[in-house]
Design a protein around this ligand. Sequence first.
Ligand code: GLN
Length: 307
Amino acid sequence: MTCMDTDSQVVYSTSGPQTIRCVLVGATQRLKAGGIDSARLDAEVLMCHAIRVEKSQLYVSLDKPLELSARHRFGDLLIRRLHREPIAYITGCQEFWSLDFLVTPDVLIPRPETERLVEISLQCAGAFDGDLPLRIVDIGTGSGALAVTLAKELPRAQVLATDVSPAALEIARHNAARHQVADRIQFRASNLFDSIREHEFHIIVANPPYVRRGELPALAPEVSQWEPRTALDGGLDGLDYYRRIVGQGLRHLLPGGALIMEIGAAMGREIMELLGAAGNYTPPLVYQDYALNDRVIVAYAVSPNSA
Ligand code: GLN
């Protein structure tokens, strides 16, 4: 049989088992026909997973035959992707801040724009007294991406990571162990601050659900059909969780402590107003991500005396 590699425009003839290149070409076509834009890339990632090699190794193996068992494994992965399952759930991993995180459909897949929240949190952390433990709470930790990354980057951080979902906490625990920071992260099932009695945090971080309920069906099928709705649905106006975090957060921050939240691109002004109306926060700052969308908001707790 023959196959055409559309990227290099070379025709390959094979007899017997198909080469990896040939299988990749067929898979790319199927994924494209299935409406998946990143078809070639996805086919390559799935192939790497099926034959258990790194990308660089794949490129030097393209003309090798694909064994039948690997062919079947790859076929199963391809079908999952055609059902629009995200690559990260199929492979079970997602890179965030150059760290490899276990992810399952119990947790939101960490997004690159959330790395911006890490950058800003690290800047804020630098302003606190360098000798003391830095107490950080991550509200709705999901995969633990924020809690683990901050613990990794800040050796003096003591992190409390909470989530309402016990299944998510299991994943976060696994990620903390994987990155050797489990000894500095405490995990706790909590609906926002409900099970948090500690009051003296230097930093609260949160990437709460913020998609407006009516906009959920319009998200990519990878998101709307596969990612946990509880991690996305921010209520009718998308602001439900901000109202609660802004209101309750103050009670848990030290004077001068920072509330740092990821926000939806169009929500900066409304969340600034929420913070302003809560009183006892400094005027908030909104930071953009690298796509120039508003993405992170920061406000500090003022002490009740100086407010
Ligand atoms: N950034 C996510 C999205 O685009 C939403 C994440 C969230 O709600 N915290 O779907």
